[in-house]
Design a binder for this molecule. Sequence first.
Ligand SMILES: [Zn+2]
Ligand SMILES: [Zn+2]
Length: 310
Amino acid sequence: MTPPDGDAERDDEEGDAEAASGTAAEQRVDPSEAFAALSDPLRVDILRELASAHRERAVEPMGFADLRKRVGVRDSGRFRYHLNELRDNFVRKDDGGYRLTVTGIETVAAILAGTYTHGGTLGPEPIDSECSACTSAAVAVYRDGRCAVTCESDHVLFAWSLPPAAAADATLPEVVSLAELYARQAIERALAGVCPKCSAPVEPRVVTERDDPEPADPVPGLRVACDTCGGRLVGPVGFCLLVDPAVAAFYRRHDRPLDACHVWEPAFVADDAVEVVERDPLRVAVDVTLDGETLAVSVDGAGQVSVREG
Ligand SMILES: [Zn+2]
Ligand SMILES: [Zn+2]
């Protein structure tokens, strides 16, 4: 038999002295502090319950007693302590109840997607592609939320992160093509000046071996670094062509739709047949050739692609 739940009446009578600080909730959050607030699994349970309440009845906040019962904690003092640790950053109190802040909603979505937990592992196993450098078979692996494609001689062809929820129930080739889709979308957004991760403004840059702080390659590369979330995108300059409409149309005309190729396969990504024709301002020339026909394009220092005349 369950002991009587004597706290129910007093449940909602929390001192409201700090309630006013709830309005600061949607402002800047120190990430390490925010994640420290999620160190106890009970707090994650609270966020989950508030998220499901949010789905059921978006406008109404949830009362303390109701929330505590849904989370399944009998000790109201202990529950209040954990709930308070979530206040401001993730949870706010208004209209006599609790609801998630915008950060809270995003955090629950990330937790449910498995971003902050360990995901499954797939592979390594060969996939239907080969290395452009040495023609050995391409090998894919999905581990720790990251999809990587290398070859048997360890040339790195492609690497992209993918939340475990996206990889659940998928085969390795499906995970690879999903990671490629994410990558294409991220390149597109980054070249439009928007961080693919957090939507803050970013400045994409094309760097050459001379001014690259992390020279990974002798060929010019695309670099995007977000000051807001720390997100980074690193790839060859050919990535800019992957999402260019003129290049896509050229490939289609030659019966090789670009989105049917793996992102590492087009010659303009794989080859180093890329020429720096001007340094200041930077201009890189790339000749895209299929079946003997060439589309000549330029890429500027911000990664913008244009078709060269003549
Ligand atoms: Zn190789
Ligand atoms: Zn960002």
